[in-house]
Design a protein around this ligand. Structure first.
Ligand code: NAD
Ligand code: SER
Length: 319
């Protein structure tokens, strides 16, 4: 049975990945860690520990104490927050990853390392974006993601560490809020549609990005780690895709469930520039061929499920 340590577990991805890992491998076999305390099920239903991934000794101790054989390394500073403090993004995203890989090498752990659509830049072919292509991102977050992909490959080639990962598109979910990225509008819009029936979007109406519903992202993260290694030509940074939409087409899809929903625009130049530098559509052929990746949620299924769950979550107590 696997013994899994998850870093950055209290964030948008960890809040859903940890319960899925616990269901699959046993609650007591998955240690959630983060630099901040976790709320609810994450710390109440299973083991939780405060661990700063930039502190290699602390991470090492947690891995040894828990007898981990696998690390899901989620701790990161996302794109918009990273532009507000680029050196912090560098320290957490690259320093934290280097520590994780060193601990994995010395303690013989497999590692899951998420990359992002942000690992691409304005000179990348945007539609479709091939698996192997030009990567010259223009954000610090993107710089750390490309370097992280290379570092993960390096530890695999040089030391034989079992590193694997995917490039998540923008992720949409209702359990935990997003951590300060450029794709956050696609989560905020649902909260405001349910609460107010209107939303002011910080991206232009026709800005198309690659997006995914969290259940698909969680499943991909588990499936790539369980894939038969003999089938993998790539190991890290697999493009995975499920749907592509713009703020305008998302608003239209929401309007089919929330009649009269109003979408307004107040564009944030920083996040608009970042979004325009990212892929419009990822080519996920390699993931499909090498480990059988297939998404389950398209835009219609995502919108219906998000609204059902958010209406429950935001309903006044007693309803
Ligand atoms: P998030 O911001 O919601 O969560 C990140 C977590 O890391 C937070 O709980 C934060 O407290 C923690 N953290 C920050 N600094 C830390 C440190 N020094 N030590 C330990 N923990 C620390 O991010 P997320 O959306 O859950 O992202 C998880 C991973 O997925 C990241 O690598 C991110 O780059 C990647 N990703 C996310 C998306 C998305 O749309 N959410 C898209 C592409 C890639
Ligand atoms: N959703 C992330 C962001 O916007 C992409 O990695 O930063």
């Amino acid at each position: 049975m696997k013994r899994i340590l998850v870093t950055g577990a209290a964030g948008q991805v960890g809040s859903e990945l940890v319960p899925a890992l616990r269901q699959r491998y046993g609650t007591d076999n998955v240690l959630a860690t983060d630099i901040r305390p976790a709320e609810g099920a994450l710390s109440e239903d299973g083991p939780f520990k405060l661990v700063d991934c930039t502190d290699r000794d602390a991470l090492d101790l947690a891995v040894v104490d828990f007898a981990s054989d696998t690390i899901y390394h989620l701790a990161a500073i996302l794109s918009a927050v990273g532009e507000a403090d680029p050196l912090k993004a560098y320290a957490v995203n690259l320093g934290g990853l280097a520590n994780t890989l060193e601990v994995a090498r010395t303690r013989d752990c497999a590692v899951f390392i998420p990359s992002s659509i942000a690992a691409f830049g304005p000179s990348t072919p945007p539609d479709p974006t091939p698996q192997d292509t030009i990567q010259r991102p223009t954000t610090m977050y993107g710089v750390t993601k490309v370097a992280g992909e290379l570092l993960a490959d390096y530890y695999s080639l040089r030391y034989g560490v079992d590193t694997r990962g995917v490039r998540y598109p923008g992720l949409i979910s209702y359990l935990a809020p997003p951590g300060g990225g450029t794709t956050d509008y696609a989560v905020e819009i649902f909260y405001e549609a349910v609460r107010e029936g209107r939303y002011t979007c910080f991206l232009e109406p026709d800005t198309q990005l690659d997006m995914m519903y969290m259940p698909d992202a969680v499943r991909a993260s588990i499936e790539v780690m369980e894939a038969d290694p003999s089938m993998l030509k790539h190991r890290n940074a697999f493009n995975i895709a499920a749907m592509q939409f713009t703020p305008d087409s998302l608003a239209q899809a929401i309007r089919r469930h929330v009649p009269g929903f109003i979408m307004e625009y107040q564009v944030d130049p920083l996040r608009q520039r970042i979004a325009e530098s990212w892929p419009r559509r990822l080519d996920d052929t390699a993931a499909r061929e090498e480990w059988g990746w297939a998404p389950e949620y398209d835009l219609e299924a995502l919108v219906a499920d998000m609204l059902v769950n958010l209406r429950k979550k935001l309903a006044p107590v007693g309803d």
